[in-house]
Design a protein around this ligand. Sequence first.
Ligand SMILES: NC(=O)c1ccc[n+]([C@@H]2O[C@H](COP(=O)([O-])OP(=O)(O)OC[C@H]3O[C@@H](n4cnc5c(N)ncnc54)[C@H](O)[C@@H]3O)[C@@H](O)[C@H]2O)c1
Ligand SMILES: Nc1ncnc2c1ncn2[C@@H]1O[C@H](COP(=O)(O)OP(=O)(O)OP(=O)(O)O)[C@@H](O)[C@H]1O
Length: 292
Amino acid sequence: MKFAIYGQYYQNNTDEIVEKVLSFFHRHNIEVIIEEQFLNSLKLPTAKKCQSFSNHCELNENIFALISIGGDGTILRAVTYVRDKNIPIIGINAGRLGFLATVQIENIENSLEKVLKKDYILSKRSLLSLSCTPKNPDLVDLNFALNEVTVSRKDTTSMITIETHLDGEYLNSYWADGLIISTPTGSTGYSLSCGGPILTPEVSSLVITPIAPHNLNARPLVIKDDTIIDLKISGREDEYLVSLDSRITSVTNETILHIEKSPFEINLIEFKEESFLKTIRKKLLWGEDRRN
Ligand SMILES: NC(=O)c1ccc[n+]([C@@H]2O[C@H](COP(=O)([O-])OP(=O)(O)OC[C@H]3O[C@@H](n4cnc5c(N)ncnc54)[C@H](O)[C@@H]3O)[C@@H](O)[C@H]2O)c1
Ligand SMILES: Nc1ncnc2c1ncn2[C@@H]1O[C@H](COP(=O)(O)OP(=O)(O)OP(=O)(O)O)[C@@H](O)[C@H]1O
């Protein structure tokens, strides 16, 4: 059995967190491989003895799970290493919200113990894939998103028009700052901030949420997740922005975006005491009513 460790940032407490993880695995005689840049940032002597990986090709199906140390942003990056390899992700929350990264630092050992006993739930998360006509080199390799694909205006305060087709049929042209196509996982991220509904992770749906539309009659729309979405954008500037989770690039106005569900899923390791419903209550204060 072998585990991979990934982190994006080095902070005052990073060595302490990694030390907890490594000493647990050392006690259980389990091999660990650490992402190269993260490993180089660590000062911990025990970490220096571990092997490293520097890209997704170096992770294979022998890895039992990838441990992401950081916040939700780090999990989104961790997905770019795991891709379609079926390696589950465990998120240790060293950040603020930690909506996807649910293991708290004080529960590291307890949670890893449960992983070894297989006392966990694999939460299957759908992703979105993006392709463009004509092709855009920036969107060939990392063309998938766990949270959402967003289009938004660039270098202008002027709104853009987003002509939207679902399975080839015209839906409408949003006149707005942008448009979010969100997975169930992403429904608690950017889409939520723009008035979108929360989807539980297992539903087979996507949400189309406009960003500040100048219409009273454009509301978030829930659609089947096997729908093929085509977007054609026009506006005063020649380019607009496309983002996949936290990665962003510019695209010219003539480009047509094709968005559909990815052929693979990401498995997030969850523990019974940190279910999705508990997480929305705890981290989004869902349903909190101070009067009662
Ligand atoms: N106005 C907004 O709410 C807004 C704007 C831009 C991006 N985002 C979100 O941020 C993500 C990128 O993360 P980043 O770290 O690069 O940006 P960031 O540093 O601005 O952090 C975004 C915040 O969104 C939270 N978040 C991310 N994914 C989430 C999810 N699935 N459910 C609940 N909360 C979630 C993170 O915990 C963090 O607090 C995007 O995928 C998008 O969902 C939100
Ligand atoms: N390896 C790490 N060690 C210690 N702290 C970390 C580490 N990675 C991230 N953090 C802390 O978490 C913060 C946020 O990290 P990250 O970008 O992964 O998440 P985020 O998208 O901002 O989401 P969240 O709201 O969950 O923190 C960082 O600014 C830092 O304070």
